[in-house]
Design a protein around this ligand. Structure first.
Ligand code: IMP
Ligand code: MG
Length: 195
């Protein structure tokens, strides 16, 4: 039995097939390679959700690059809107003089990126530039003024899982992006915004 079959009962629809994802990741990689040619590039993945996308994206980029990770935490939606968002895992590398591409799995409300001041933080560490690349964008849910420079796919206002995205820590291993069945209790989502 494959992974897809194991989780099939929790998925109402396959939104993006592995083939669609890989084709789009190849295009994004090509754009990034062109846009950053001749520049010092560092990709910063936002843990945990971005790690699958990041792993494929770097292999679609043909120019030299470094990789690092951050983890951002919030303590649930209520505290998040009150601004309690922390960087719980910092970069290992210096970004001084480097062009940073922040890699996210999905931008939903945008509050995690906004309230963590991650972009301002990277700029304060003298990054040459900071841009955002997200696999998925849910613009209909946006509450904070966050704009992604590279977007894989726009998705509807549904809870999606797979290809790094989880529900309660599960389903990250699905090779596709699917819509979680409506009768699943998403109020039990992990409290870590970076999840
Ligand atoms: P924000 O609302 O833009 O702050 O999104 C915070 C984080 O919540 C994202 O980086 C994801 O890790 C997670 N998230 C938001 N929407 C979904 C979803 O539909 N499926 C799985 N995770 C999600
Ligand atoms: Mg995330």
């Amino acid at each position: 039995m494959g992974v897809a079959e194991v989780s099939e009962d929790r998925i109402s629809e396959v939104l993006l097939t592995p083939e669609q994802i890989m084709a789009r990741v190849a295009e994004l990689g090509k754009h990034v390679s062109e846009d950053y040619a001749g520049r010092k590039l560092i990709l910063v993945g936002v843990l945990n959700g971005a790690f699958v996308f990041l792993a494929d994206l770097i292999r679609a980029i043909s120019i030299p690059l470094e990789v690092d990770f951050v983890a951002i935490s919030s303590y649930g939606a209520a505290t998040r809107s009150s601004g309690v968002v922390r960087i719980i895992k910092d970069l290992e590398k210096s970004v001084e003089g480097k062009h940073v591409l922040l890699v996210e799995d999905i931008i939903d409300t945008g509050l995690t990126l906004k309230l963590s001041y991650i972009v301002e933080n990277l700029k304060a560490r003298k990054a040459a530039s900071v841009k955002i690349c997200t696999l998925l964008d849910k613009p209909s849910r946006r509450e904070a003024d966050v704009h992604a420079d590279y977007v894989g796919f726009e998705v509807p206002d549904k809870f999606v899982i797979g290809y790094g995205l989880d529900h309660n820590g599960l389903y990250r291993n699905l090779p596709f992006v699917g819509i979680l069945r409506e009768d699943t209790d998403i109020s039990t989502r992990p409290e870590c915004a970076g999840e």
